[in-house]
Design a protein around this ligand. Structure first.
Ligand code: HEC
Ligand code: HEC
Length: 305
């Protein structure tokens, strides 16, 4: 009798737990009314594409120039949880996203949710892109439509349990998918707000320049203060206004770096930053100034000793 009661109580708890898990991990989606009437422009989308750096991850490894427009995927992203491979997001209907609606792309970019309602891994930086304006996503969608199809099949990720269980990512999102920006808008002028949008939403600078905790979440208290490079090679620099960061750079040095890759020491941007600079070069000068203005507003942080 006693045992029966216990079993019943335990079963009830497990069922309630599963229901709670299920409800808490439902993948997010846009309300279709939000998307209605949004028609993007491919011309404007070219700049959104450059600012948000989709090609740095989704073009084939080693691609340069025009080849950066072939989004056949395949690049590897090692992490503490396994290796992720960028999928083909070209206009191939079979292997890419040629058959996707605007809503499908918007749900992927803003919520990290696939058309069949699965969670994406945050190796895809929707954690930043979720702050993109839907009008910009519509322009991006229109631009992606003008890019070529590539019939290269995607590679499955090399990730073991429990991380291969995508539903569990819903819990990760509950904790680490920020619902806004790091710095609140109050006290920021228009230029700094534009900079915040470019740095934190489109440019996803924080995804590389902020170190992560053991669960892969960005350390909010080390914002843009750099850290070890997840691909195991060297370090990602601190870009806060501290002397360990870019505190010693004049504003014009930061602007020059973003539009040419040259540092004040006449070094040139290397590693993953080389591709970021190739994209940044395409943006107007006022965007480089806006990024610089915003970086100046970040709390100055020394390197971790
Ligand atoms: C830092 C690398 C990185 C960047 C930058 C990036 N992606 Fe991705 N993307 C990924 C990875 C890795 C995945 C696979 C995620 C998964 O399977 O859970 C992905 C998945 C996707 C998917 C889902 C594809 C599918 O077949 O389900 C779409 C769509 C997508 N990305 C679009 C974009 C767009 C648009 C941009 C630019 C705004 C972009 N990505 C920028 C790494 C990146
Ligand atoms: C994919 C990862 C990645 C992203 C995204 C990224 N960076 Fe970087 N960044 C790096 C790496 C790696 C370096 C070091 C480059 C080198 O060694 O030459 C760097 C260097 C820099 C530097 C020079 C710092 C120094 O002390 O030399 C600045 C400034 C900078 N990044 C700003 C930005 C801004 C602004 C963005 C967003 C628009 C951004 N980065 C996005 C990886 C990244």
């Amino acid at each position: 009798m006693q045992i029966n009661k216990l079993v019943r109580a335990a079963t009830t708890l497990i069922i309630l737990g599963l229901i709670a898990f299920w409800v808490l991990t439902i993948p997010g989606k846009h309300d279709p009314t939000e998307l209605q009437g949004l028609v993007g422009s491919a011309d404007r989308g070219a700049l959104v594409y450059a600012a948000s750096g989709c090609s740095s991850c989704h073009s084939a490894k080693g691609a340069e120039g025009e080849a950066m427009l072939i989004l056949s995927g395949g690049r590897a992203f090692p992490s503490d949880f396994g290796t992720f491979f960028a999928p083909n997001i070209s206009q191939s209907v079979e292997h890419g996203i040629g058959g996707w609606s605007f809503g499908d792309v918007a749900n992927a970019v803003s919520f990290g949710t696939s058309p069949d309602g699965q969670h994406y891994y945050p190796a895809f930086p929707y954690t930043s892109y979720q702050n993109m304006d839907l009008a910009d996503v519509a322009d991006l969608y229109a631009y992606l439509k003008t890019l070529p199809a590539s019939e290269v099949a995607g590679k499955p990720h090399d990730v073991g349990l429990p991380f291969s269980f995508r539903r569990g990512l819903g819990l990760w999102k509950l904790v680490f998918l920020p619902s806004g920006y790091h710095l609140p808008a109050t006290g920021l002028n228009e230029e700094e707000l534009r900079g915040r949008y470019l740095v934190e939403a489109m440019g996803h600078c924080t995804e590389c320049h902020t170190s992560r905790n053991f669960l892969g979440g960005l350390r909010q208290n080390r914002w843009l203060a750099g850290g070890p490079n997840p691909d195991g090679k060297g370090k990602i620099p601190n870009i806060t206004p501290h002397a360990d960061g870019i505190g010693g750079w004049a504003d014009i040095d930061v602007v020059t770096y973003l539009n040419s890759g040259f540092t004040p020491e006449f070094d040139v941007a290397g590693g993953q930053m080389a591709e970021v600079v190739e994209n940044m070069k395409q943006l107007p000068a006022e965007d480089h100034r806006a990024i610089t203005a915003y970086l100046r507003r970040i709390v100055a942080m020394p390197d971790k000793k």
